[in-house]
Design a protein around this ligand. Structure first.
Ligand SMILES: Nc1ncnc2c1ncn2[C@@H]1O[C@H](COP(=O)(O)OP(=O)(O)OP(=O)(O)O)[C@@H](O)[C@H]1O
Length: 286
């Protein structure tokens, strides 16, 4: 059974003239890491909101067709509590995710479990475990309002992960963070991948996708343009015509090939492939 299955989904906002998503279909396996890329306004956040059950539930008057299945069961058949245990959602803006009603980070992380009526001792253990796993012990007694953007985003991730969902939907988690904050978030995402979570990530930082994702979907206003392995999609120049950059190493290799008037079957998309590419190319020259 697939972790997630999207069958022929189309969607138009109540005040929207055009459909934002048209006939979108794809599946995600348990433990798979899928990245979704595309130009601004291409519908990535809308898709995330469909996958977490927010759309069409909270969009009166919209046009929605198709089906979303989580673990083989229709998303509309889940209660909100059951869905929160299966699907965790991390927003682009960590300021939205913090509840604003808790005085310490520890209590903030416990908030979701508290709402589900989790027994106190079990809750305390889950929160302590996730704080240790994500190495954010230094933050646990701080007031959430005192945190920097990067710290808030790590706490936001902890408050989702403490519910232990199998599926994580993460929408541009680093767009408001500096390079160090970005790396800290990706360190957490790497831990989640090692724990075999199913991850759907929207992210503009293509070099990070190239290091972590298994598969990439390129979305534009016509639907899914490509759905393939990370190597196949990120080395395809079709990205450039759709508002998405290629990994830096692919661009450098492409410039090198143009300079040398050579061709390759596939451009490198990460450091390891880049080193091999240039070692082989230089070897050929000498
Ligand atoms: N609540 C809304 N009501 C009407 N239109 C909306 C609403 N939210 C988004 N849109 C429109 O839907 C389209 C898709 O937006 P969406 O935010 O899903 O794209 P995106 O790919 O996530 O963009 P970005 O990369 O900039 O975050 C855009 O044209 C946007 O203006």
């Amino acid at each position: 059974m697939k972790a997630l299955e999207i069958r022929d989904v189309s969607f138009r906002y109540p005040i929207g003239k055009d459909f934002v998503l048209k006939n979108i279909s794809f599946c995600v396996d348990h433990g798979e890491f899928l990245a979704v890329v595309g130009a601004n306004g291409g519908g990535k956040t809308t898709l995330c909101n469909i996958l977490r059950g927010f759309i069409p539930e909270f969009q009166n008057g919209c046009d929605f067709s198709g089906e979303v299945l989580i673990n083989g069961r229709k998303i509309s058949d889940y209660s909100s509590g059951d869905l929160a245990r299966e699907v965790g959602f991390v927003f682009q803006n960590p300021f939205i995710q913090i509840s604003g009603v808790k005085k310490t980070v520890f209590e903030e992380i416990a908030f979701g479990l508290e709402n589900l009526g989790t027994p106190k001792e079990e809750m305390r253990k889950s929160v302590t475990d996730i704080i240790e796993l994500l190495r954010i012990g230094d933050l646990k007694d701080k007031h959430p309002a005192e945190l920097s953007g990067g710290q808030r985003q790590r706490v936001a991730l902890a408050s989702v992960l403490v519910m232990n969902p199998d599926i994580l939907i993460i929408d541009e988690p680093t767009s408001q963070l500096d390079p160090q904050g970005t790396q800290e978030i990706f360190d957490i995402i790497r831990i989640m991948k090692e724990q075999n979570k199913t991850i759907i990530l929207v992210e503009h930082k293509i070099d990070l996708i190239s290091e972590y994702a298994d598969r990439v979907i390129l979305l534009n206003d016509k639907g899914i343009l490509i759905d393939d392995t990370v190597d196949a999609v990120l080395s395809d120049k079709i990205l450039l015509n759709n508002g998405v950059p290629m990994p830096e190493i692919a661009e450098v290799a492409d410039m090198y090939l143009q300079l040398k008037e050579k061709k390759t079957d596939r451009l490198p998309v990460n450091m390891e492939q880049g080193i091999r590419f240039f070692r082989d190319s230089m070897g050929e020259v000498s």
